[in-house]
Design a binder for this molecule. Structure first.
Ligand code: DX5
Ligand code: ZN
Length: 219
């Protein structure tokens, strides 16, 4: 398989120097910038809102991959679109009408993705796969960086890769949580083409970012 795109999660960055951190990972070879939005309700942690996304926008031209872990979610889609998101991903559990939410994201000219929690089956994509631009498989329970990769998700990645192939559409398959130099090739061999990496990108400080990203790409 092709080397994966790497989307560093800024959840592991130094929040006091977020603009600089985004510039540093951009220079270090990040393909996308993964932004974890948590509301303390859908997941047990609180992070970043649209104002911070907007403030970061001038610091890079790389795509902003905005992972919304908030409920209700529809109310805030417009704000994140306006703030500069390029890709917006939502959990089906975050609202009663995920199909409608996907249409809303697309109507704003943004790429729409659906995120599956570790216990959410691939089957829930049956009636969404023709509408989404991306599927994000959580390989940890959402809420925190630094957790270990749940290996049962590899089977799910394989199943979704087949669904994507069958759809005949160019749908990205992204994996989020516990990605390191051991699990990155496992996810890629299972069919992923985009890997989120928080801990594994930021460990060792700015001098290491480029090497960390290269290693995750298997280069
Ligand atoms: C977890 C977030 C992840 C997290 C990944 O809820 O969605 O993006 O930051 O962190 P690592 O790569 O450290 O597992
Ligand atoms: Zn995430």
């Amino acid at each position: 398989p092709q080397p994966p795109l790497i989307a560093p999660s800024i959840l592991s960055a130094d929040f006091a120097r977020l603009g600089e951190e985004v510039r540093a990972i951009d220079t270090a070879g990040a393909d996308w910038i993964h932004i974890d939005v948590m509301d303390g309700h859908f997941v047990p942690n609180i992070t970043i809102g649209p104002a911070v996304v907007k403030a970061l926008r001038p610091h890079t031209t790389k795509p902003f991959d905005v992972h919304l872990m908030i409920s209700p979610v529809d109310l805030y889609i417009q704000a994140f679109a306006d703030a500069g998101a390029d890709i917006i991903t939502v959990h089906p559990e975050a609202g009663p009408h995920v199909h409608r939410t996907v249409q809303l994201i697309k109507s704003l000219g943004k790429k729409a993705g659906v995120v599956l929690n570790p216990a959410t089956p691939a089957k829930m994509l049956d009636y969404l796969i023709d509408d989404v631009d991306l599927v994000l498989v959580m390989s940890v329970n959402p809420g925190f960086g630094g957790q270990s990769f749940i290996s049962s998700q590899l089977r799910k990645i394989e199943a979704i890769a087949k669904m994507i192939e069958k759809s005949g559409r160019a749908i990205d398959l992204e994996v989020d949580g516990g990605i390191d130099t051991i699990t990155a090739p496992q996810a890629v061999n299972a069919g992923a083409n985009v890997l989120v990496a928080g801990t594994a990108t930021f460990k060792g400080g700015p001098d290491r970012y480029a090497a960390n990203i290269r290693e995750l790409k298997g280069q």
